[in-house]
Design a binder for this molecule. Sequence first.
Ligand code: KIV
Length: 262
Amino acid sequence: MNILDFQAKKQKNEKITMLTCYDYSFARIIDDSPVDAILVGDSAAMVMHGHSTTLNIDIDTMAFHTEAVVRGAPRKLVIADLPFLSYRKDLASNVEAAGRLMKAGAQALKLEGAVGNLELVHHLVQSGIPIMGHLGLTPQSIHQLGGFKVQGREDRAASLLKEHAQQLQEAGCFSLVLECVPSSVAASIAKSLSIPVIGIGAGSQVDGQVLVLQDMLGMNPGFKPKFLRTYMNAFETLKSAFTDYHQSVVSGDFPNEKESYS
Ligand code: KIV
């Protein structure tokens, strides 16, 4: 899958599916599934490294996760997040950060917000780097937004979101993530754009969905935002496997003779 296939799905009115992923083992499973694309999200800071926000991850760590995912999922479109502040410096440093993730194997990059990023988006796209925008709840601005809250509820905020989405499309973004936005606002933005809009907490009337892998697998039992559907209870399932392993060892059942070398 490449960005053209990704965009063709919108034209054909086919829904796009994307999951985050940060490591080789999960990437192999996703690669063997029909899911269209993988986002090496900066949510890695939270789900892989235990931080409370996405601010605590740097470009080297993002490159490290990206390399592992690309090795595991050669058939998927792999998009990597430019981490907090890595694209808010001078042009040369911003381009260097983008180059680092592309050289790690990403086929496209994602960055958050429109204000102050349009020229950079244009420059990166002109330099051959496909860019996905991200509007609505932009976790890198969590302190500015005052927490993880739905965005674009008021008319003024909704029309500003629409304006920013249009600007990102004009700057050359091949796609846009809309996070935690009322469904009606997201639907209207998706309808007004020619590029695919991928929602998370943005309702069903967008061109596709993305979820954080560990969240949709139910690995994070305390985390239950309204938009999240869990497709398995991995926390309990894995805990039960670990418990079975422990018990089989302490009881002397594992390893048995077949599991031992003569
Ligand atoms: O980092 C991430 O996981 C994301 C998704 C929530 C879209 O940006």
